[in-house]
Design a protein around this ligand. Structure first.
Ligand code: THU
Length: 160
């Protein structure tokens, strides 16, 4: 039997080390947490994307009394961006979160369903997105696209 080792490269930095353009996307994600509808979890997530034309749009998690009917911030944002700007690739996606205690020191990472939607977005536009996960103490920056967060992923290639 052969071993297959899968590696992920994540750059760890502080908010101050980000470029001004990336800070703007992170700031939009942080601000979007204020618009979260998280009455059941009290966990507010914001996401923001910068598109190929420079537009930054954001979204937040929207919960529902029938729990599975809610949607994460990442998918809310990507579906909104892709439906409003169907020709603009997503170049950067930033994610931020706050609990009842305030902003989190360490980043959260997107759930599996959101990673799958992020992958579809990359496939759709033919580019890798930069993913910035914000924490007050540390940020994680992933430059290699969503596959870094989801090795052995399933996409349209698998259907051929
Ligand atoms: N949530 C997100 O919006 N994004 C994530 O990456 C993880 C979880 C939301 C879903 C739910 O509204 C709340 O956070 C608690 O899971």
């Amino acid at each position: 039997m052969k071993e297959m080792i899968l590696r992920t490269r994540i750059n760890v930095c502080s908010y101050d080390e980000l470029s001004d353009a990336d800070k703007a996307v992170v700031d939009a994600a942080r601000a979007a947490t204020a618009n979260s509808y998280a009455v059941y979890s009290n966990f507010s997530v914001g996401a923001a994307v910068r598109l190929g034309n420079g537009t930054v749009v954001s979204g937040s998690n929207q919960e529902n009394a029938a729990y599975p009917s809610g949607l994460c911030a990442e998918r809310t944002t990507l579906f909104w961006a892709n439906s409003q700007y169907p020709k603009e690739p997503v170049e950067v996606l930033a994610i931020a979160a706050r609990s009842a205690q305030g902003e989190l020191e360490l980043p959260i990472t997107p759930c599996g369903a959101c990673r799958q939607v992020m992958l579809e977005t990359e496939k759709r536009f033919g580019n890798k997105m930069k993913i910035i996960l914000y924490g007050t103490r540390q940020c994680y920056v992933i430059d290699d696209g969503v596959r870094a967060l989801m090795p052995l992923s399933f996409d349209s290639d698998s259907l051929e």
